[in-house]
Design a protein around this ligand. Structure first.
Ligand SMILES: Cc1cc2nc3c(=O)[nH]c(=O)nc-3n(C[C@H](O)[C@H](O)[C@H](O)COP(=O)(O)O)c2cc1C
Length: 167
């Protein structure tokens, strides 16, 4: 699939069927996260791939805006060392993973980590050390339904050539 096609096709998928995602597919998707750019090239991240159904259920129970994690067949937790640009770096990896998942036909949804009060509880459940920040979790599973992408603000209304202009 062309990169732009995968970007256009990507949507947040929160309803999954029960087919497991093969390990090599998950590894290839996570590899795309590892290849994201990082400020100063520090690669501050760790990726935890969770496929155990009872663990997925416990994460879903903690993450009150990501309850559907419990219904998926995998979840990727993206954690970063507390570097100056950890949030930007972790978000770059998150987006790469979402696009790679779309490319592989795997449904996925970004679930907020950083700033959420459940972060420490999720970290402790996953055995992550205190110095790591939970940037995001990505719920995953093969999509149960097909849904079109959401409408976006048109390019002409968000693109400014040379200087900002009010439109
Ligand atoms: C930083 C960030 C945090 C998000 N957190 C959540 C979340 O906690 N729960 C959720 O259901 N969706 C979450 N989303 C997904 C957005 O709701 C979704 O991307 C947005 O509504 C646009 O829809 P689309 O992804 O289908 O294009 C998050 C997205 C981003 C970028």
């Amino acid at each position: 699939m062309e990169t732009k096609e995968a970007i256009k096709k990507r949507i947040s998928v929160r309803v999954y069927d029960k087919r497991p995602i093969p390990k090599e597919v998950l590894e290839s998707i996570i590899d795309a996260g590892r290849l994201a750019p990082t400020a100063r090239g520090v690669e501050p991240w760790e990726f935890i791939a969770i496929t155990d159904k009872s663990l997925l259920g416990r994460i879903g129970a903690l993450a009150n805006n990501g309850r559907f994690i419990a219904d998926g067949t995998a979840c990727i937790a993206i954690l970063c060392k507390d570097t100056k640009y950890y949030l930007e770096d972790g978000c770059a990896a998150t987006e790469n993973i979402l696009i790679a998942a779309a490319d592989a036909g795997v449904g996925a949804c970004w679930v907020a980590g950083d700033k959420k009060d459940y972060c420490e509880r999720v970290k402790s459940l996953l055995g992550a050390s205190a110095e790591l920040k939970l940037v995001s979790m990505i719920a995953m599973g093969y999509p149960k339904d097909t849904n079109p992408p959401k409408a976006r603000r048109p390019l002409a209304s968000v693109l400014h050539w040379e200087k900002f202009s009010s439109k």
